[in-house]
Design a binder for this molecule. Structure first.
Ligand SMILES: [Fe+2]
Length: 234
């Protein structure tokens, strides 16, 4: 199990590295995809700039892309310092995650996206940079413009899914009906991926037996997640 600020680094079959860490009181899970050949480091929802930058620096790497699942403040906590230290970062999120009507609410924090995805709810688009190839799925319900990100052996669920549960829908911008559609779409995608791939939740909240796992295999999440287990795919 990861301790706070500890990094797990692995290399997928195609040479793309996947780094995962857990940071902060809410046990936010961050994932990064690294293509050393092309010096690309794409980090999902970096919680703490210092932790990421100092760990990457040990390997002679710097962040090049930030990919946001949504703009709740705990997910974008690392943004101000990241952009201050690396002003040329590409910053990606869904168009709807800009939330101009909600941004003053304390649950959200502002991110200046340099680029946005603008796909429909349930739609998956490809994001490619160097060797990194990711499926980005618009999955609203927990928050406007929420996306999940999958590729290179992982499905980063953001706050759509945790190991056994799903994201809350009672915050401003939450939408229970949209969430249910996003969960159905997630089950379709997860069912199409190799069962040994890992689901990385947005937070390390849930117990499985006597442990709180950092991640769970896709085969396991389809069995043990209360929400997914109750969805029938036609
Ligand atoms: Fe959230």
């Amino acid at each position: 199990m990861l301790n706070e600020g500890e990094f797990h680094c692995s290399v997928f079959d195609d040479g793309v590295e996947v780094w995962i860490t857990q940071l902060g009181e809410l046990m936010n899970m961050n994932t990064a995809f690294i293509d050393r050949t092309n010096k690309i480091v794409a980090i999902i929802d970096p919680f703490d700039a210092d932790s990421w930058i100092s760990r990457l620096d040990k390997d002679g790497l710097v962040p090049t892309h930030l990919l946001y699942t949504h703009t709740h403040r705990d997910h974008v906590a690392g943004y101000p310092e990241m952009i201050q230290r690396f002003p040329n970062l590409e910053v990606w999120g869904h168009e709807h995650a800009k939330v101009p009507d909600l941004i003053d609410h304390f649950v959200f924090s502002k991110v200046e996206f340099t680029d946005t995805w603008d796909c429909d709810a349930g739609e998956t688009v490809q994001w490619e940079c160097g060797l990194i190839k990711l499926g980005i799925t618009h999955s609203p319900g927990h928050a406007p413009g929420h996306v999940t990100i999958h590729g290179h052996g992982v499905y980063h669920a953001g706050d759509l899914l945790f190991v056994r549960s799903a994201g809350r829908v009672d915050l401003p911008g939450g939408d229970p009906q949209a969430q249910q559609m996003s969960l159905i779409r997630a089950k379709e995608i997860l069912s199409s991926l190799p069962e040994e791939w890992r689901l990385i939740p947005g937070h390390k909240y849930d117990t499985v037996g006597d442990r709180i796992p950092d991640w769970i295999s896709i085969g396991e999440v389809l069995t043990y997640n209360y929400f997914l287990a109750n969805i029938t795919i036609r």
